[in-house]
Design a protein around this ligand. Structure first.
Ligand SMILES: [Ca+2]
Ligand SMILES: [Ca+2]
Ligand SMILES: [Ca+2]
Ligand SMILES: [Ca+2]
Length: 285
């Protein structure tokens, strides 16, 4: 899991004396000890949320573990509500969110966090790729999340000919064995049926096929966001598909307040997953 600065502070100050107090101040400024070293960016930095993540997925000024939105270029790190998640990817602009997980697949060992069933899942070129174009393929992340927001960037879905091709993601309830064939929970898919693109939301046993045709340009990366909001708060989940900053189809369905896994799923199609990002409202909210 993440290494958080407050814990390091507690361990080191008694050993090393006052010299480290400045280093471990809570808001390191650019160029000072504690800055992430991401360049002369001139902005007041937040503490890194995971100092072990040193790749820079989005090529902005902050490495992944010091970036408040690791998959979206946001040089200024704007963050209006002052929580751990930057404006560019904050699902609750006025509530206290925290970052639970980011995977940019920048190292081969990243695959060890995922169980797979079907398909041929490989980390190549900084992406998690499902390389077969037939059959069902699932990859499940071992983390367990409640009231989570999951953002997945992916591309490379096959051009359709006939039949049903789908690529998407789940929040997968823990009551089900992770590798079972038909898990309950909320799923968002992009699908193609006889050449048409559409977004499909399933909150078992219900299925919503969204009457919005998505652009068919597969050269663009799709951002798929799944939000599980707390029961009693808004009592909703929504899924939305985006390309770039454009929201294509925001959808409302039922709630999922029980813990769940994050899963990737393809049917009859290849996919290149660029990153997976999980945030949640802080549990004391
Ligand atoms: Ca970055
Ligand atoms: Ca960023
Ligand atoms: Ca924020
Ligand atoms: Ca927030």
């Amino acid at each position: 899991m993440t290494t958080r600065r407050p814990l390091v502070t507690a361990l080191l100050i008694p050993l090393a004396g006052c010299q480290l107090i400045f280093k471990l101040s809570d808001v390191p400024v650019d160029g000072s000890p504690g800055d992430d070293g991401g360049g002369d960016d001139g902005v007041v930095e937040q503490p890194c949320w995971d100092e072990g993540l040193t790749n820079n997925e989005d090529l902005d000024l902050e490495v992944d573990g010091c970036d408040n939105c690791p998959a979206i270029k946001n040089d200024g790190q704007a963050n209006a509500d002052g929580d751990e998640v930057g404006d560019a990817c904050d699902p609750h602009p006025n509530l206290d969110d925290e970052i639970l997980y980011f995977e940019g697949f920048s190292n081969l060992g990243a695959s060890s966090a995922w169980q797979t069933k079907g398909g041929n899942w490989q980390i190549q070129d900084g992406q998690y790729k499902q390389l077969l174009s037939a059959g069902d393929a699932v990859a499940v992340h071992g983390g367990l999340y409640t009231n989570a927001t999951v953002e997945i960037f992916y591309s490379g879905v096959d051009d359709p000919t006939t039949g049903i091709k789908q690529a998407g993601a789940y929040l997968w309830t823990v009551s089900q064995t992770p590798m079972s064939q038909t898990p309950p929970g909320v799923r968002c898919f992009e699908s193609r049926k006889q050449g048409g693109d559409q977004l499909v939301i399933r909150d078992e046993p219900n299925t919503f096929e969204v009457p919005v045709q998505l652009p068919g340009d597969r050269a663009l990366t799709t951002r798929l966001r799944i939000v599980s909001k707390p029961e009693g708060f808004e009592n909703m989940i929504y899924c939305e598909a985006r390309r770039g900053d454009k929201t294509l189809a925001p959808i409302m369905s039922g709630h999922l307040s029980s813990p769940g896994y994050v899963a990737l799923h393809t049917t009859g199609t290849r996919i290149n997953v660029h990153s997976v990002f999980v945030t949640a409202l802080k549990s004391d909210e």
